[in-house]
Design a protein around this ligand. Structure first.
Ligand code: 13P
Length: 288
């Protein structure tokens, strides 16, 4: 099945009280691991691409070519959206031109008026071309690919203002952080999330920084309207740990253990296991 935008899968998720995972990709192994797991679990999935990862993979056209090729060659039939993560205005336009099916415009660092103007323009383009679009209010804490957010809680009235522009999904800061959570993390602000959902109604809400959020908080966030959860660091940690174990056990020195198809296999499996665990927790299994 060709790429789809994220609207239908997220509308269904919001109505069905589960969340679709966005898993960020970095290379062929990442992409293949996520797509195969989604297919095996009969789950919809969103592939996230940060601007840095896009550059690393030789540009957005290369990413689109790789993903489209895999959808066909791996006979993927579950709904898959290819989504720009934390896009700049210019990055969003480049991904639209390259064939992404969904974009995020992160205008959270602009004054709200400018965020509104730029979001409005991109909403019109995405509507015309049939893409879904995510906007952000209140920056997500931590650092991701050079994008640094302070982690403040979003103003629910600003969320409503941006939601009313016709975006498909809305990311709102509720104390979430990219990367590992510090020991003294205060947890998610469910009061903020509740207030945002009251004002934005049917709008699917997005929870960034999915790595390391305890299962009970994930479930509560879903019950309060979160329908898309982004996970990146956790797959990276799982991949690195499995690769480390392989090398530390000296397996790359045995026979043809240096062959990248063998060397990267444990990390590939670790990504699959992580994605499976998340899809089960988010409740998206068998929702394709
Ligand atoms: P983590 O790296 O903390 O999982 O966050 C991912 C994310 O929010 C991507 O936008």
């Amino acid at each position: 099945m060709p790429l789809v935008n994220a609207k239908e899968m997220l509308t269904k998720a919001k109505a069905g009280h589960y969340a679709v995972g966005q898993f960020n990709i970095n290379n062929l192994e990442w992409t293949k691991a996520i797509l195969l797991t989604a297919q095996e679990l009969n789950s919809p999935v969103i592939l996230g691409v940060s601007e840095g990862a896009g550059k690393y993979m030789c540009g957005y056209k290369t990413v689109v070519g790789m993903v489209n090729g895999m959808l066909e060659e791996l006979k993927i039939t579950v709904p898959v959206a290819l989504h720009l993560d934390h896009g700049s205005y210019e990055g969003a336009k480049a991904c639209i031109a390259a064939g992404f099916s969904s974009i995020m415009f992160d205008g959270s660092h602009y004054p709200i008026e400018e965020n509104v103007e730029k979001t409005k323009e991109l909403v019109a383009t995405c509507n015309e071309l049939g893409l879904s679009i995510e906007a952000e209010v209140g920056s997500i804490g931590g650092e991701e690919d050079g994008v640094i957010g302070a982690g403040e809680c979003a103003d629910p009235a600003e969320c409503k203002m941006i939601a009313d522009l016709g975006v498909t999904m809305l990311a709102a800061g509720i104390g979430n952080i990219h990367g590992k959570y510090p020991e003294n993390w205060a947890g998610l602000s469910f009061d903020t999330l509740d207030a945002i959902q009251q004002l934005t109604g049917e709008m699917p809400l997005v929870l960034h920084g999915g790595t390391g959020i305890p299962a009970d908080m994930i479930k509560k966030a879903i019950s309060l309207g979160v329908s898309k959860i982004n996970v990146n660091t956790e797959c990276q940690l799982a991949f690195a740990a499995a690769t480390r174990e392989y090398i530390e056990a000296g397996k790359d020195l045995q026979g043809k253990g240096f062959d990248p198809r063998k060397l990267l296999a444990p990390g590939f499996q670790a990504i699959k296991d992580t994605v499976k665990e998340k899809m089960e927790l988010f409740g998206s299994v068998d929702k394709a």
